[in-house]
Design a protein around this ligand. Structure first.
Ligand code: GLU
Length: 277
């Protein structure tokens, strides 16, 4: 039986491309923290975005992580196979009046972003409060399909959490982030919802991930509250940067784990390269 005091972690790759050095390092830390704690570690493939995710990238991610020496417990789960779980959460949030249907287009929202936004951590524009749907607008919907759904953030509220690497972190709702999307117009549950629903379902006790998701953690804490579930502990790992100080992304093919493997690097060398940057 799994008890709350036991460590339960997860590795949660999104298979939209090849894993790079930054992933190697973050996943390694997640693996190590779970193993050092004598805990359980799940492998969850976050493949809800069927347009961008490819089964071959999922397979490649599993191969690359095994090659690095990582292992996990139980079967690999795929978010694409558990749609009802996200739908149930949508219903619960709708019933609680936490979310509303949003008719604004992505283009309209993107136009609000400053042209040279220097914040590489999170580039979503703040959704204007005047654009919110009226309270009760959600009532006539029996399904999320066909429209974007947003979470109404408590503007002005400080959301503080303690991070194992960063210490105390605070964001202000409505200032650092606005009403965020939970369900996309193309009928795909958004990241913020699906990740929280699965972390609750799998009884994750500690989330280890890249620090580019720090602000998402504040959003996710609002969802834990709305869904009446206890949040896990948080550990956000520093991002790996290249020699110019720019964070790595999947498009930097030369630093993909696959390429490094082909160039005869050993797993230890790859993990150390992650450390040097
Ligand atoms: N699947 C997400 C990603 O690859 C990570 C989600 C998380 O760890 O919360 O960016």
């Amino acid at each position: 039986m799994i008890t709350q005091s036991r460590y339960i972690g997860r590795l949660a790759p999104t298979p939209t491309g090849e894993l790079h050095l930054g992933h190697a390092r973050t996943f390694y830390q997640a693996w190590k923290r779970a193993r050092d704690a004598g805990g359980t570690l799940f492998m969850r493939i976050e493949d809800l975005d069927t347009g961008r995710c490819k089964p071959e990238f999922a397979q490649q991610a599993l191969d690359d992580l095994k090659w690095l020496g990582l292992d996990w417990d139980g079967d690999v789960s795929f978010q694409s196979q558990t749609p009802d779980r996200y739908l149930d959460a949508w219903r619960k949030l709708k019933q609680g009046g936490w979310i509303y249907p949003c008719t604004r287009s992505r283009k309209e929202i993107r136009a609000l972003r400053p042209p040279d936004d220097p914040d590489e951590q999170d580039t979503e524009a703040i959704f204007p409060i005047e654009w919110r749907a009226k309270p009760g607008a959600e009532k006539k919907y029996n399904s999320p399909e066909g429209i974007t759904w947003r979470f109404r953030v408590p503007e002005g509220e400080s959301i503080t959490f303690s991070d194992i690497r960063k210490g105390e972190v605070t964001y202000t709702a409505g200032k650092d982030f606005g009403d965020f999307s939970l369900w996309r117009r193309d009928n795909i549950p958004a990241y913020e919802l699906s990740v929280v629903v699965d972390d609750i379902h799998q009884q994750i006790t500690e989330v280890v991930r890249g620090e580019d998701l720090l602000r998402s953690t504040a959003r996710q804490l609002l969802l834990y509250r709305a869904l009446d579930a206890p949040p896990p502990a948080w550990c956000h790992e520093p991002l790996v940067r290249d020699a110019q100080g720019i964070r790595l992304a999947k498009r930097f093919h030369s630093l993909s784990i696959r390429e490094l493997r082909e160039n005869k690097k050993t797993p230890q060398e790859v993990l150390q390269m992650g450390d040097m940057h």
